[in-house]
Ligand binder design. Structure first.
Ligand code: SF4
Length: 207
């Protein structure tokens, strides 16, 4: 009989997929010291895997001392972004900035239901998956388009474009309305795809 050693993992949240150099250095140092694996997750976070339970508090403390925030139930999700106008010749918008605006708006909101995701793209190609995410914010030459109800998984669905040509404030107002709707109509976990045909859903028609 083989003995397998139980290990755990720790996910460091990286707003807009940016990895501060100090955290990168510390993650490498810890990975070498404790023989750990580092994985860049599909939601653009950094996961450290293979941690022995007894090492977790120390590893967590060392990362937290550098300002690391960790994935945990109820936290508002970090938007997945593309690089946008900062480093893409097709970009017209800056998803990093929009992500920061949204996180600032929702930073005090606790108990966000699981499975809910946001994506932001810097142009209409939508590389960050804005059309297959619960809420997708797409920068265009005229402002922002908003998609809702996209998903992947075994029954993928394209999101419905519910609003077009929004300015920044209009976009934020609509996102707040959608998040509130999701919160009010979700018991435990729920994809927006299940809510867009609800009788009270505020944006019934595709545009
Ligand atoms: S969505 Fe547009 S801006 Fe973003 S990476 Fe793709 S092509 Fe570039």
């Amino acid at each position: 009989m083989t003995n397998t050693i139980a290990t755990t993992r720790l996910t460091i949240l990286l707003p807009a997929g940016r990895l501060p150099l100090a955290l990168m250095g510390k993650a490498q140092e810890l990975a070498q010291k404790y023989q750990l694996e580092i994985y860049l997750s599909t939601l653009q976070n950094l996961r450290i895997m293979g941690i022995l339970e007894e090492d977790l508090p120390m590893i967590r403390r060392e990362l937290a001392a550098l300002g690391a925030q960790f994935k945990e139930p109820g936290r508002f999700p970090l938007p997945r972004v593309c690089i946008g106008v900062r480093d893409c010749t097709l970009g017209v918008g800056d998803p990093e900035r929009i992500s920061a605006l949204i996180l600032e708006k929702f930073k005090d909101r606790g108990k966000t239901k699981p499975k809910f995701k946001i994506a932001i793209s810097g142009c209409t190609l939508g590389c960050s998956g804005v059309r297959n995410t619960d809420i997708g914010i797409m920068a265009t030459r005229k402002g922002f388009d908003l998609y809702v109800g996209g998903k992947g998984g075994t029954s993928p669905m394209a999101g419905r474009r519910i609003l077009r040509d929004l300015d920044e404030q209009e976009m934020l107002t609509a996102v707040i309305r959608l998040v509130d709707f999701h919160d009010a109509h979700t018991g435990s976990k729920q994809r927006m795809a299940k809510l867009i045909n609800h009788p009270d859903f505020p944006y019934k028609n595709a545009v």
